[in-house]
Design a binder for this molecule. Sequence first.
Ligand SMILES: *Cc1c(COP(=O)(O)O)cnc(C)c1O
Length: 231
Amino acid sequence: MTIQDNLQKIRATIDEAALRAGRDPASVRLVAVSKTHGADRIEAAAEAGQSLFGESYVQEFLAKSEEVRTPVDWHFIGHLQTNKVKYLRGRVSMIHSVDRLSLAREIDRQWEKMGRPVDILLQVNLGEEVSKSGVDEDELIELARQVAPLPNVRVRGLMTLPPYFDDPEEVRPFFHRLRELSEKIASLGLPGVEMVELSMGMSHDFEIAIEEGSTLVRVGTAIFGERAIRP
Ligand SMILES: *Cc1c(COP(=O)(O)O)cnc(C)c1O
């Protein structure tokens, strides 16, 4: 299977899952997670019509984004150290992994220099100690309130990276919970906070995520194949 075949198959599966859930297939965007894969493979995906890519490691992203010639849209989806935010400034259109106020403040400071805001998602840790990234559920609303007034970040929704289960059905309650949290935050009506995106679902569980309301599925392996160890 080529990257093009994989993309075609995944897009068809996304559409079917959306229709099954009574949703408009256009309401689900595919983020092609290209971490560890070279610029040539990103170009191949871009030629097959994929225009949105997700990266997790700042240094790797900087090097590759210089090499990719086709204009594409980048989202940053990995754990982000505050001192690296400056390298992303102007290069990504969304940061999925905002889990603390200090990080949101630094993003705000950097995009102020751009003279325009950047879209962010609040990453929620629903798996307790399983994942070290993400704000705990009971601190999420407080974080949303604190981030809301920052003028150069627009909170667009929530993201989660649930624990891995062999049976993807077991992850459904996590996706369901993220959606409930997003509705709860939306009901607060915080200025500067919109709950229109749910970033959830990866290669082996994106169909279930779509059934539970995902608008951004982050798919790597099913498009590009197995990853080597991180660079
Ligand atoms: C690597 C990664 C993915 C993609 O995972 P696959 O199982 O390869 O589809 C999605 N989200 C995040 C945050 C990742 O780091």
